[in-house]
Design a protein around this ligand. Structure first.
Ligand SMILES: [Zn+2]
Length: 478
């Protein structure tokens, strides 16, 4: 690496350097052509703390130069007035289809992970996405999915049969552990776990999952059982086995106890445990109506059904319509949290931002299309409760750091740094805002103008670029 006139460049072969020296007098570095130059944007990089006007030169899918002078490219994006941030990294996104990747890219996401539910077949999951997609993608091997396969659950995404309700035999647990181990050998980036959905899984079975993860030092991404006891169960799993723990959507798992749960995680961290968490900026959650999350419905008071919304029609449910739709199955929105608790979760210094998104044929939750723009518009600009740097750290560096001990590729994401992958999100900080609603969950945000994945524009002038697939698999090398 050499430095010249505020320009940082990646190292170049000696022969090229000699040739460059020969012409240095007449061709300064800044005049050399990059494939693409992002000119005069406000570069914000949470790792280095840089927040200044810079130009970024991109070649070969990498950030090749960051300069306070002008750079020349075969193509130039005028970024004056725009923030140039590392592309957003979503650790929790169930929408892993071309449809969903489009909504995610428009919200500034350049890498999308399905780590909570994950997959039971890691090879097949990655193979289905070859040779690439709109944005980068990766997956965990998921205990939920593995338990469904071993216990022959009739559902596909979340359990509704034996995987939710049956206590597994020692032989069945051994088979689950073997499949998780196999998935990690095949390059899964983490282990997914959801005792909330596999209610019959014993604490011993949960601990066996942590042990399997620990043999690969893989983080376990958990949708905990309800209440503080559910959090303590998995912190114990991490402490006993030494493997990292990531608690998903602390806002919706915590609800009125979000503050207390954040305190418990902070205390666990101060004792040296590797425990992290995430949040999404909406008061409603979403799950599958036939899932074990709603198994206790018969004892609910009537008014509780009205907290549920059927997204296909927008109707609030009654006891009768709940029974009807539970037989049909599908995603249901639960209006279960308060703005105050969501703000506690989003503003906490220990939460990454992650969407928990899902969208299929336009039916889903607005968090799929609006999580990142909502944090930037609502919490950074309107309420001012988060600084821009802190918000971007939660969207970029924190999720990259969560995975990078196991996944070397993540060391080159979540940063605007020479040599890093050219995953960049350019937005107008004065305008950025979510527009998606529960009734219209696919509405594209305002103010996210250009999104680059591995140096290729996937959003240009606020519009999705058709026919490009620069996103690559993020996977542990085997
Ligand atoms: Zn989820």
């Amino acid at each position: 690496m050499q430095r010249a006139k505020g320009v940082i460049r990646v190292s170049t072969p000696a022969s090229v350097l000699l040739a460059a020296l020969a012409v240095a007098a007449i061709v300064p570095i800044a005049a050399q052509d990059f494939e693409l130059v992002v000119l005069n944007g406000r570069v914000v990089d949470p790792e280095s703390g840089l927040d200044a006007i810079r130009s970024v030169g991109i070649s070969g899918g990498k950030i090749a130069a960051i300069s306070d002078g002008a750079l020349k490219g075969r193509r130039t994006i005028d970024a004056a007035g725009l923030v140039v941030a590392p592309g957003f990294i979503d650790l929790h996104e169930h929408g892993q289809t071309d449809e969903a990747y489009g909504y995610e890219a428009a919200d500034g996401v350049t890498t999308s992970f399905e780590l909570e539910v994950g997959t039971g077949d890691v090879d097949r999951w990655y193979k289905e996405r070859e040779p690439g997609r709109l944005i980068n993608y990766g997956v965990s091997v998921g205990h939920i999915q593995v338990r469904m396969a071993v216990l022959h659950d009739p559902s596909t995404f979340l359990p509704s049969g034996d995987a939710a309700h049956k206590v597994a035999s020692p032989a069945e647990i051994a088979e689950m552990v073997q499949r998780i181990d196999d998935g990690l050998r095949k390059g899964a980036v983490a282990v997914g776990l959801g005792p909330s959905y596999t209610a019959a899984a014993t604490q011993w079975e949960i601990l066996e999952v942590f042990r399997a993860a620990a043999r690969h030092h893989a983080p376990v991404h958990v949708h905990i059982r309800g209440g503080i006891a559910g959090l303590e169960e998995v912190i114990a799993g991490s402490a006993i086995t030494g493997t990292p723990l990531h608690v998903v959507h602390i806002n919706s798992s915590g609800l009125a106890q979000t503050r207390e749960m954040l305190q418990i995680i902070t205390e666990a961290r101060s004792r040296g445990l590797d425990v992290t968490t995430e949040a999404y900026p909406y008061t409603a959650g979403m799950s599958e109506i036939q899932s074990a999350n709603y198994d206790a419905w018969e004892s609910w008071p009537n008014e509780r059904f009205a907290t549920l919304e059927w997204p296909v029609t927008g109707e609030r449910l009654t006891r009768e319509t709940f029974v009807k739709y539970r037989k049909i199955g599908g995603p249901v929105i639960g209006h279960s949290n308060t703005d105050e608790m969501v703000a506690v979760a989003i503003n906490s210094p220990i939460t990454a931002i992650a969407s928990d998104g899902y969208m299929s044929n336009g039916i889903g939750h607005p968090r799929t299309s609006g999580t990142y723009s909502r944090v930037l518009g609502h919490y950074v600009r309107e309420s001012g409760s988060l600084s821009l740097m802190d918000a971007l750290r939660k969207m970029t560096l924190m999720p990259a750091q969560r995975l990078e001990a196991r996944v070397p590729a993540m060391r080159n994401k979540g940063r605007v740094r020479v040599g890093a992958d050219a995953d960049l999100t350019l937005f107008d900080p004065a305008r950025v805002a979510d527009r998606a609603t529960y009734r219209q969950p696919t509405l594209q945000p305002e103010g996210i103008l250009h999104v680059l994945v591995n140096g290729v524009l996937v959003v240009d002038a606020g519009k999705l670029v058709p026919g490009v697939a620069p996103g690559r698999a993020v996977r542990v090398p085997q």
